[in-house]
Structure formats: structure tokens, C-alpha cells
Design a protein around this ligand. Structure first.
Ligand code: SF4
Length: 185
């Protein structure tokens, strides 16, 4: 496949996602950036749920993201919580309403159906897309935002997951979340 073909395919898929976002009745009151922020916050770990991390992940300015986060807070979809160790730092948490909304919309049904129709090849697709992303991240020196279980700092201590960077124990559920500090093994 050529880079131009891959670019066309990714563009088309992105455009379909935008159309789905605009047309979904449950998302009528939300802008696409607000939906993206909610989806990110549902997938990231406790080291990565800050306003700065949301900006970095979405590749948008702090000001733009700040406005969107204020709107999400006003709609009762996120709450702010002060960091227990650093009073200047704030963490963003999804409310029950946001979790219900995300459970109803993500992943989009059209994606679920198409993937199921690919049968066993879905695993190949996952592996290849993951490899492509890692390759780009290595080449471009962009923030990792990778899966915790694939991080070089990920360890097991006393039978439980442990972060070798922060030197803190992790919950079992943390290993499937994405992290801004992630570094490929
Ligand atoms: S092991 Fe890596 S990905 Fe997991 S919390 Fe620690 S730094 Fe983040």
C-alpha cells in the first residue's frame, strides 16, 4: 500500500466518524471536541486525566480545551478533583451521566458491524494499526499515550501490577488504560 492510499483511507474513516458524531441524537448538544475529550477521559489512567494531558492528546491549544472542559463541567459530564499531593494540579473525572452516555455511543455500531464482518482478520488489522501508530510515535517523538501493559515501566510486584516510573501500585484495571507517561518496551 502507498502512503497516499493509507492517507485517503484514514481521511475517509475520520470523515465518517465526524458525520456519525454530528448525526447521533445523543450527541446533538455536544461539539466533536467535547466528545473526543470525554472518550479520552474514559480511556486514560490517573496520571493522564489532567487538562494539559487532554490538550496534548487531542493536539489542541490549552485555551480551546479549557473552554470545552468548562462546557462539559456545566453539562454535568465531568467533575474536577484536586490532586492529593500537588494542590496546583487538577484531575478530571467522568460523572455517572458521562459514563452512561459513552456506554451508549462508543464504539459506534457501524464500526462494530464492519469489524465483525472481517472475522479473524480483525486481529491482523489491530496488530498492523498498532504497529503503524508505534512507528509514527517513534519517528515523530510525540507523547506516548500507549497502553499501560505495553510500557517499559510496567512491572509485577507481589502478583499485582506496579508502575516502575511513579513507583506506585496499579489496579488490575489500570493495565488496559492509556498513559501520557507511556514508553514503548
Ligand atoms: S507503567 Fe508506564 S504506562 Fe503504566 S502507569 Fe507507569 S508510566 Fe504509565
Amino acid at each position: 500500500m502507498t502512503a497516499a492510499t493509507l492517507f485517503d483511507l484514514l481521511e475517509r474513516l475520520t470523515s465518517l466518524m465526524r458525520i456519525w458524531n454530528r448525526q447521533h441524537p445523543l450527541l446533538a448538544e455536544l461539539q466533536p471536541i467535547q466528545v473526543s475529550a470525554l472518550i479520552y477521559l474514559a480511556r486514560c489512567n490517573r496520571y493522564s486525566n489532567t487538562p494539559l494531558a487532554v490538550s496534548e492528546y487531542l493536539g489542541l491549544t490549552k485555551g480551546t480545551v479549557s473552554q470545552s472542559l468548562k462546557a462539559l463541567e456545566a453539562k454535568g459530564l465531568i467533575e474536577k478533583a484536586q490532586d492529593q499531593h500537588d494542590r496546583r494540579s487538577v484531575h478530571l473525572q467522568l460523572t455517572g451521566a458521562a459514563r452512561e452516555l459513552l456506554a451508549a455511543i462508543a464504539p459506534p455500531e457501524f464500526l462494530v458491524t464492519a469489524l465483525a464482518q472481517m472475522g479473524e482478520r480483525e486481529h491482523t488489522l489491530e496488530a498492523l494499526l498498532g504497529e503503524l501508530l508505534r512507528q509514527i510515535q517513534r519517528n515523530q517523538d510525540v507523547p506516548g499515550f500507549g497502553l499501560c501493559r505495553t510500557c517499559r515501566f510496567h512491572q509485577q510486584r507481589d502478583g499485582a501490577p506496579f508502575c516502575g516510573l511513579t513507583l506506585e501500585p496499579l489496579h488490575q484495571s489500570d493495565v488496559e488504560l492509556i498513559c501520557r507517561e507511556h514508553q514503548a518496551a
